[in-house]
Structures are given as structure tokens and as C-alpha cells.
Design a protein around this ligand. Structure first.
Ligand SMILES: Cc1ncc(COP(=O)(O)O)c(C=O)c1O
Length: 365
């Protein structure tokens, strides 16, 4: 069976591998090894403990994670991490946490930190409508900061860091929600990485947090259990009833990434090929389109552009939808068109879209 999802270019929740969707379809009726529906499996069962353990092992393998990292399956989305990070690592500090303000989502994280303790925005692209990212020498970081927080891929503007910012002596915290597991990452240079599932990992409802235990051990904050990474670690991510369905789908996606794709080097090569096809096609359209991001920081996950003629926008969305290309309306804060090409988006779908966009621009409407 072909899934329409193969042409789902949505910013997230987005496309998932069709082999995974097929297994999920089956598991909703009956998990093969259990004989009951996935939706009715107890989170206290041995089977589910094994699901969590296996998912963790794939994350560890794919990212070559040191033992010092805890792998946690949390709830509350990336937004809850905007608060949990400062509540854990900023409360009581006299030196300011450093934040990079590089787009819609990193901007959203700022007040969450400011509410908890001292923080300093060390670079902001706000005044230039978030079209570029800082070069290392353009930012003066505080060597005594409790941490640096940044977003590796700005989903709304289509900006992606291709170098790791910050000082190696200051703990790095990164929101990788929209490019997690899309490329290899040198995790030695991070203290905490988080990513919600609904881009590259699975459905909404679960958020991964990879936290250095040695850093966590230093925190003295007294938090409600649910907001305390230590409690989730102790409970092996089953502090209360977790989203069993979402975590199972994440496991299937991780198996796909490890065994069908062959790991993060392979995934990166595929993602680079997809992105270059899209950006080359947009550039061939010349003045008809304006790509939002400067070339050096274009995202391999989200390509964002505006048409020179604003009246093309709605026509494009209507006609593309009719042609079976879904989810390309830009974020409400920026407008325009956003083509998201997460891990599960296939090269063939990109080829189909590129051909369709060229045809549209030859004869808009
Ligand atoms: C990079 C990034 N961070 C944070 C968020 C907010 O995530 P959530 O809705 O899971 O709280 C998003 C949402 O798309 C995002 O793209």
C-alpha cells in the first residue's frame, strides 16, 4: 500500500518511513509478540521496559554516546525543556547563562530562562529577521557562564548551524528538535541535547533528553519530581504513565535508521543530496523566489522561501495540495513556503516536487 505521507513536506509532525507506518498499523491491532493492541499494553510490562531499553541502545549506538550520558524519554515537548534546563542548571547562579537568539524557537526559549535566573543574549539575528547565524568570532561568550543554550536548526526560518558554536569550557545545551539524528554529532562537545520526536523520530508526545550525569550530579536544585531529570533517570523514564505508543514508534524509527538506512553518515549523505536538489531548483528560478536564509547557513531540513509575486503564494499552496504535495505553508510568523525534508522524506519525493515547482513557475496558475 502506498502512503500519501510520502509527499508530506510538513514542518512537523511530519513524514515517517512507510515501513514504520506499516508496522504501526499492524501493532495498533496486535503487537506480533504480545497478541494485543499496542494501545492497551501496560507501561509496567516487561515488554515495554524492553522497548525503552532497546530504543536507548539505538540512540547510544547512533550517536556513539559516552556512558556519562543519560538517555531520557520525557513529556512536555521541547517547550518544557526551555524551562527544565534553567530550572536545573541556572537557578541560584550569579553568572548569566548565555543564549543565542537565532530564530523563532530560540527566541521563545529566552523568557523561560529569564524567569529563573541571570541570562545574557550573546547574539541576536532578530533585527535582520533571522536570515543568518553568527560566526564564532562574532560572539563574545562568558567563560564563566553556567551554560550556553542554542537551537541547531531553526525550523521556522530554515537556518542550520554547520559549525558548533560556543566555548568548549562552558557546558553546551542544544535544542536539536528539528535536526536530531539527521547527521553525525560530536556529542563529546555537549552537556545536554534535547529533541522532541515529531520531526525525525516519531509522533508527538515524547521528547528525548541526553544529559551528562556528571553535570546533573552538580545541581542542587529541589524540583517537583516531574521536572527533575534525576527522578526520570532513576525511574528509567517510567516515572508515571509515559506515551507507550509514541515511544514504540520511536523505537521502530530508530531501527529503521540503524538497520535500513545504515546510520548517521548515510543519513547525512541522503539529507545533503535532498537539500541540494531543493536549493538548486529554487536558485534556478532566479528572481521569482527569495530564499530566506543566507547560503552559508541554509538548513538541510527546512527550505523557506517567498515568491516575488505575493499572489503566487496561495495559488502555489492550492495547486500543490491538489497535486498531492502536502504541508508547505510557511510558519504563521513568517509566511511564505516551507519545504521540510526530514529524514523519512525520500529522494524520489524531492524529485517529484522539484519538477512540479518548476512547472508551476513556468505557468503560475
Ligand atoms: C526547534 C524547535 N524547538 C522547539 C519547538 C517547540 O516544540 P514543542 O511543540 O514540542 O514544545 C519546536 C516546534 O516545532 C521547534 O521546531
Amino acid at each position: 500500500m502506498a502512503f500519501l505521507d510520502e509527499h508530506n513536506f510538513s514542518g512537523g509532525p511530519g513524514v515517517l518511513p512507510s515501513s514504520v507506518l506499516q508496522q504501526v498499523q499492524q501493532a495498533i491491532l496486535q503487537v506480533p509478540e504480545l497478541g494485543i493492541s499496542l494501545l492497551g499494553v501496560s507501561h509496567r510490562s516487561d515488554w515495554f521496559a524492553q522497548v525503552v531499553a532497546e530504543a536507548e541502545s539505538h540512540v547510544r549506538y547512533l550517536l556513539n554516546l559516552e556512558d556519562d550520558f543519560a538517555v531520557l524519554f520525557l513529556q512536555g515537548g521541547a517547550t518544557q525543556q526551555f524551562s527544565m534546563v534553567p530550572m536545573t542548571f541556572l537557578a541560584g547562579s550569579t553568572s548569566p547563562a548565555n543564549y543565542l537568539d537565532t530564530g523563532y524557537w530560540s527566541h521563545k526559549s529566552l523568557p523561560h530562562a529569564a524567569r529563573i535566573g541571570p541570562m545574557r543574549t550573546v547574539w541576536s539575528g532578530y533585527a535582520r529577521s533571522y536570515r543568518d547565524l553568527p560566526l564564532q568570532h562574532e560572539v563574545v561568550y562568558d567563560p564563566g557562564a553556567p551554560y550556553l543554550h542554542y537551537v541547531s536548526n531553526e525550523t521556522v526560518e530554515g537556518l542550520q548551524f554547520h559549525e558548533i558554536p560556543g566555548l568548549d569550557s562552558v557546558p553546551r545545551v542544544c535544542d536539536m528538535s528539528s535536526d536530531f539524528l539527521s547527521r553525525p554529532v560530536d556529542m563529546k562537545r555537549y552537556a545536554l541535547v534535547y529533541a522532541h520526536a515529531q520531526k525525525n523520530l516519531g509522533p508527538a508526545g515524547v521528547t528525548l533528553a541526553l544529559v551528562r550525569k556528571s553535570w546533573l550530579d552538580q545541581t542542587k536544585t529541589d524540583l517537583p519530581d516531574f521536572l527533575d531529570y534525576r527522578q526520570h533517570l532513576q525511574a528509567r523514564s517510567i516515572l508515571n504513565t509515559p506515551p507507550v505508543f509514541a515511544i514504540y514508534v520511536v523505537l521502530l524509527v530508530l531501527r529503521w535508521l540503524r538497520f535500513e538506512i545504515g546510520g548517521l553518515d548515510k543519513m547525512q549523505a541522503i539529507n545533503a543530496a535532498k537539500a541540494s536538489k531543493i536549493y538548486n531548483a529554487l536558485e534556478r528560478l532566479g528572481d521569482d523566489v527569495k530564499i530566506h536564509a543566507q547560503p552559508s547557513c541554509r538548513s538541510q531540513m527546512n527550505a523557506v522561501f517567498h515568491f516575488r509575486h505575493p499572489e503566487w503564494q496561495q495559488k502555489f499552496l492550492d495547486l500543490s495540495q491538489k497535486a498531492g504535495f502536502i504541508g508547505m505553508e510557511g510558519h504563521r510568523s513568517l509566511g511564505g513556503i516551507r519545504i521540510s525534508m526530514y529524514n523519512a522524506m525520500q529522494l524520489q519525493a524531492i524529485d517529484d516536487l522539484v519538477e512540479w515547482v518548476a512547472e508551476f513557475c513556468r505557468q503560475p496558475g
